[in-house]
Structures are given as C-alpha cells and as structure tokens.
Write a protein that binds this ligand. Structure first.
Ligand SMILES: O=P(O)(O)OC[C@H]1O[C@](O)(CO)[C@@H](O)[C@@H]1O
Length: 394
C-alpha cells in the first residue's frame, strides 16, 4: 500500500512540465517516425492518424473487445481511465498505454501481415550497427589484462552509462547525445552492490537483471552478466525483458538475440564474451524472462505474486534505467533526500538501481548533493540524462 503521506503520483497535465512535453510532443514524434520507417498501407496510416488525434486531443479509449490482453489492462486500471484525457491520469499509465495502442495501430498483435513486426526495429538495428557500438566492443580488448576488480568496475559503469542510449529520449531531445555525461555519480552504493555478490568458486545465487533498452544498453548489460557468471559472483542470471516492443528501445527477446549475434560476430574479445553468453543460454545459467508485468503501467509495489517470489529468492535484482526507477520508487515527486531504503521497502529482496537521470523522480540524495546539483543546474540535472546513480537496498 502506498504511504498516505507520500507525494501525489505524477500526472501529465501541467503545460511546460517534463511529463506534459512527453505526452504532447514526444508521442506525436514517435508516431511520425514509426510511420516514416515502414511502407504501411492505408489501414495502418488511418489507425496512426486516429491514435495521434486520441493521444493529443482526445480521450483514452478502451481496447478492442477481442484484444488478447483486455482483461489484464482492465485489471491494470483501464476501466477507471477510459474516457479521460491522457494528460489527467497517472503519467506512467498513459505512457505505457500509448505504446500498447501504437502496437495495435501498426497491427503488431494481428492477425494480419504486420503481426509481430517491431515498429522500432529499424532504429534499434541502426544503433546496434553503429560505429559507436564497434568502438565500445573494441574497448573490451584492452580490458582483459586489467585486474579483475578494475574489470568489474568498468563493466558495471558500462552497464550504468549504457542507459544513456535510450532512443525515445533522444528522439525528443536532439541535444541529449551531445551533452557530456558527468562522471561523478549523484549516489554511489556500488560497494554494497559488490558485497551482495561475493566472488566464489561455487556460486549458486541467482541475479535478476531487469533490463531496459536494447542495443547500446543491452550489450554492456550482457557483458556485465558474462562477468558475474565467469567470476563466480552469480550462479545463474535471469534477464527480464519486455514481452513486446515498448518505450521505443526497450529490449525484447528478439533484441537479446540480435545483441548476442552482434557480440559473437564481433572481432576480438567481444566474440569470446558472446560465445560464453551463448553457452550460458544453452546450459541455463543465463535465462530470459518476458513477464507481462514488465510492460505494466504500474509501480513495482504492485508486483504479482510469481514475480515477487522470483525477486525474493534472488541474491540481488539489478533494475536498469529511468522508467524502472520510477516504477521501483513510485512515480512521485519525492523530496530528493527521501531515503532510498524507505521507498524500496516493498521490494521483496535486495535491489540495486542503475540509472541515468531522465525524469523528475529522485530519492536517496544527501542534502549537500542536492544543493550542489541545484546550484549548478537548477532542476535540469533531473531530466538532462547527464547524471547517473547506483543505489542499493540490501
Ligand atoms: O529508457 P529509460 O532509461 O527507462 O528512460 C525512459 C525515458 O522515458 C521516460 O519515461 C519519459 O518518457 C523517462 O523516464 C525517460 O526519459
């Protein structure tokens, strides 16, 4: 149950606010980009027109009567929100429902010829094939000779900063890529993180990694996973991905396959990582999970029982990215000094958040850190994507 003294859930109804901009500008831009990326026929063009009108000027409409997941969405709040403006319901909910409706519009759930065609795939593949990805993979060649702790640190930070590679974010913020990352973290509990994963010859513990974006985030996530398995910090890793395309670049099983193929086909050390991960999939020490709740419009405080039991049994759950952070702590404007351990007390096991800051939600800062950030940037540090954190609740 949410704490009654918690600040209100974030809505998208305040013009000029970050959430309002996402609904009013980012979502129409995503519709435009998807429309331009495929030779869709007139039916899909009309459906995209209708979605554009609905999400900018209209109201939330129910799912079609024959939608395979209609009951699930009703349980997730659709009945309460249908008929209301997208801007007046919890922002987390309306964003999530937008992606669900976009998939409807492009025929993703079928039946029909466009069934199963990921509307974001061209963007994901372009990123995976980019020279930047080549450079990141080539950097692995120098890493092999470094002491193991240094490698662990580098791979953890690779996974953390990989979260800047978020196509939805860059779509609506052209300056995002050019802005330099600030290497000092706003919170750094990495010692606690490693203490939960002691190196052992007979590691049996499971690590859950709740993935975020495909491509240039998923690749370093997988490299970190390979390291955890190879160095006895985890006996098994379960990679939680999305059951269908979501938030433009969120990773699905198909994206895991693309990333593994990219690794195994790369020159040098990257291919060795890829082969180890491929073998780990084969022997079950690396498993992929695509639970429907991964794309739910709800906070993790409302985890379903099966996922709750899985995370409870894990030595550590690594939660990647901005959206997962919002879902973990609750999508609310917490005072930034609210303790992270308090807002994650509901989570059933040890949990670590690895996130670059791309929305207003933040917890667990010291008063000094918050004051220094505000003095340097006003409130821009919250959403600019240049700051990052590692927060752990043991
Ligand atoms: O890929 P991430 O890190 O979850 O970020 C998702 C992005 O989308 C948002 O939800 C805004 O749409 C922000 O939280 C963030 O900028």
């Amino acid at each position: 149950m949410p704490d009654p003294s918690a600040p209100p859930v974030i809505l998208g109804d305040e013009p000029g606010s970050f959430p309002h901009g996402v609904l009013a500008e980012r979502h129409p831009a995503i519709i435009r980009q998807v429309r331009d990326a495929f030779p869709y026929g007139p039916g899909i063009h009309h459906a995209l027109d209708a979605l554009l009108a609905s999400c900018t000027e209209g109201v939330i409409e129910p799912l079609p009567a024959d939608a395979h997941d209609r009951d699930r969405w009703r349980a997730w709040g659709l009945d309460a929100y249908a008929g209301r403006s997208w801007f007046e319901v919890p922002w987390l909910w309306s964003e999530s429902y937008f992606y669900r409706r976009l998939l409807d519009a492009v025929g993703y759930f079928g039946p029909g010829p466009w069934q199963g065609i990921d509307p974001f795939r061209p963007f994901k593949l372009a990123e995976l094939d980019s020279p930047e990805t080549d450079e990141e993979l080539a950097a692995l060649d120098g890493l092999g000779t470094r002491p193991v702790d240094e490698r662990a640190h580098a791979l953890l930070h690779g996974s953390l900063w990989g979260n800047r590679a978020d196509l939805g974010f860059r779509l609506s913020d052209a300056g995002a890529e050019g802005r330099a990352a600030v290497p000092g973290l706003v919170a750094d509990d990495s010692e606690d993180l490693w203490s939960l994963l002691p190196s052992s010859d007979t590691a049996t513990g499971t690590v859950c990694l709740v993935a975020d974006n495909a491509g240039r985030e998923l690749i370093p996530d997988l490299l970190l996973v390979a390291h955890l398995l190879a160095h006895g910090r985890a006996g098994r890793v379960v990679l939680h991905v999305k059951p269908y395309p979501y938030y433009v670049s969120d990773a699905t099983t198909a994206d895991v396959v693309d990333a593994l193929r990219r690794l195994t086909a790369a020159p040098g050390e990257a291919a060795a990582y890829g082969r180890r991960l491929w073998a780990a999939m084969a022997d079950g020490t690396l498993a992929v999970r695509a639970h429907p709740f991964a794309a739910a419009p709800l906070p993790y405080a409302e985890l379903p029982d099966d996922l709750r039991a899985e995370f409870a049994a894990a030595a550590l759950t690594l939660v990647k990215g901005d959206l997962n952070y919002r879902r973990l702590v609750g999508d609310r404007l917490w005072p930034p000094t609210t303790p992270f351990r308090d807002v994650t007390a509901h989570f059933p096991g040890p949990v670590a958040a690895l996130r670059t800051l791309k929305s207003d939600v933040i917890t667990g800062l010291t008063a000094d850190t918050e004051a220094a950030l505000v003095a340097a940037e006003g409130q821009l540090w919250r959403t600019g994507g240049t700051r990052a954190l590692i927060q752990v609740r043991k």
